[in-house]
Design a protein around this ligand. Structure first.
Ligand code: SP5
Ligand code: ZN
Length: 342
C-alpha cells in the first residue's frame, strides 16, 4: 500500500494548548508524523509518495469560503494586530450574541474556533492545505484502482466542520477525500472513524447527506471531549436520517468491548455497501495515550486492521489522532499490516 506524505506538515508547530487549566506543550506535534513515517519505512509497507496540489476547489466542496479566507490570513491578521506568539481564541459568541461578521482578529478566532487547544502558527494554513492534498492524493489512488492507500495527514481533520476549527484540526481531510471520491463518480462512501474522540466535524458535514455513511466508535461524550456531540441518538437528519451511527464507549474500555462495537459498525457499513471506505485512523485509543482513556494494546491494532479488511472495500486510511509518540508509529503500522495481511 502506498503512503502519501509531505514534510510540509512541519510548518504547523504550535507551542501551547489550553488544557485542564494550564497552557501545556502541544501534544499534536511534528514528531508524530515523523515517527509514523519512520515505522512505515522500517516495515517496508510500500512506496512513500508526495502529494499533488489540488488547489482550493476541493476544499470549497466541504468548507465555506469565509472560513477558508479566515484561515488563510488568520496568522497575518494576528501579527498585524500586534498580538504575540501563536493565535489562540479567548472570547466566544453565544446564542445571545450578535451575528454580525466580526472584524477584529480576536473576535474572528472565537467566531471560527470551538476550543482553545488549537493554536494557529505562521505555517498552519500551508500545513493544513498540504494535509488535505495528502488525503486527496490518497483518494485519487483509490479512484484509479488501488485497493488501499494511507494518507499520512498532519494536522488531523475530523474535528473541523464546514466553518469551525478545533481539536487540532483545520481542514477536514477525510471529508474532503470523501467528497472527492463522490465527485469522481463513487455513488456512496462510508467513513469509519476509530479515533478516541468523536469526529464531530465529519458528522456535521454529512449529517443531512444519505450518500455518506458516518460510523464512529469513540469515548462517551458525556465524559469526554468534544462533549457536545457523539451520542448514540444522533442518527442523521432529513435525507441523512439513518446515515450516522455513533457507538460511544466508556472511559477504560478494553479490546473485547471495543471489538463488539466494531462488529456493529462494520455490519452497518456492509449493509450500506458503499463504493469506497475511508477510515479516520486515530490510535489515541492506545492504553498509554497521554490525553485519552481507552486501554487498547498495540497487538489489538493488528486485529482492528484485519477486521476492517473483512469489508473487502477500496479503502483510504486518513491519519487523525494518537499522541503516545513512542508507540505511535508501531500502532499505525499494526493497523495497516493487519489490513494487508488478512
Ligand atoms: C484529532 C484529535 O485527536 N484531537 C483531540 C483533541 C483533544 N483536545 C482536548 C484534550 C482534552 C484532554 N483532557 C484530559 C487530559 C488528561 N491530562
Ligand atoms: Zn482523537
Amino acid at each position: 500500500m502506498n503512503t502519501v506524505y509531505s514534510a510540509e506538515h512541519q510548518l504547523h508547530h504550535g507551542k501551547h494548548e489550553l488544557i485542564d487549566g494550564r497552557l501545556e506543550p502541544c501534544v499534536e506535534k511534528p514528531e508524530r508524523a515523523e515517527r509514523i513515517l519512520k515505522e512505515i519505512r522500517h516495515a517496508k509497507l510500500g512506496e512513500v509518495i508526495a502529494p499533488q496540489d489540488f488547489g482550493l476547489e476541493p476544499l470549497t466542496r466541504v468548507h465555506n469560503q469565509a472560513y477558508l479566507g479566515f484561515l488563510q490570513t488568520a496568522y497575518r491578521d494576528w501579527q498585524a494586530a500586534h498580538k504575540l506568539g501563536d493565535a489562540l481564541p479567548y472570547v466566544w459568541p453565544t446564542s445571545t450574541s450578535r451575528h454580525t461578521e466580526p472584524r477584529a482578529i480576536e473576535a474572528k478566532l472565537g467566531r471560527y474556533a470551538f476550543d482553545a487547544g488549537t493554536p494557529i502558527t505562521p505555517g498552519s494554513w500551508q500545513a493544513a492545505c498540504s494535509s488535505a492534498n495528502v488525503a486527496l492524493t490518497g483518494a485519487q489512488r483509490v479512484t484509479q484502482g488501488a485497493h488501499a492507500a494511507f494518507a499520512l495527514c498532519r494536522p488531523p481533520g475530523h474535528h473541523a466542520s464546514r466553518a469551525h476549527y478545533g481539536g487540532y484540526c483545520f481542514l477536514n481531510n477525510a471529508s474532503i477525500a470523501a467528497q472527492a471520491l463522490l465527485d469522481q463518480g463513487a455513488s456512496s462512501v462510508a467513513i469509519l472513524d476509530v479515533d478516541y474522540h468523536h469526529g464531530n466535524g465529519t458528522q456535521a458535514i454529512f449529517y443531512h447527506r444519505p450518500e455518506v455513511l458516518f460510523v464512529s466508535i469513540h469515548a462517551d461524550p458525556a465524559q469526554e471531549y468534544p462533549y457536545f456531540s457523539g451520542y448514540s441518538d444522533e442518527t442523521g437528519e432529513g435525507a441523512g436520517e439513518g446515515a450516522t451511527l455513533n457507538l460511544p464507549l466508556p472511559q477504560g474500555t478494553l479490546w473485547d468491548d471495543y471489538a463488539e462495537a466494531l462488529e456493529v459498525g462494520l455490519e452497518r457499513i456492509h449493509v450500506f455497501a458503499p463504493g469506497a471506505l475511508i477510515v479516520s485512523l486515530g490510535v489515541d485509543t492506545f492504553k498509554h495515550d497521554p490525553i485519552a482513556r481507552f486501554r487498547l494494546e498495540s497487538t489489538n491494532f493488528t486485529t482492528l486492521g484485519a477486521h476492517i479488511a473483512t469489508l473487502k472495500l477500496p479503502t483510504l486510511f486518513v491519519m487523525e489522532g494518537g499522541y503516545a509518540v513512542e508507540a505511535l508509529g508501531g500502532n499505525v503500522v499494526n493497523v495497516l499490516r493487519g489490513f494487508l495481511e488478512r
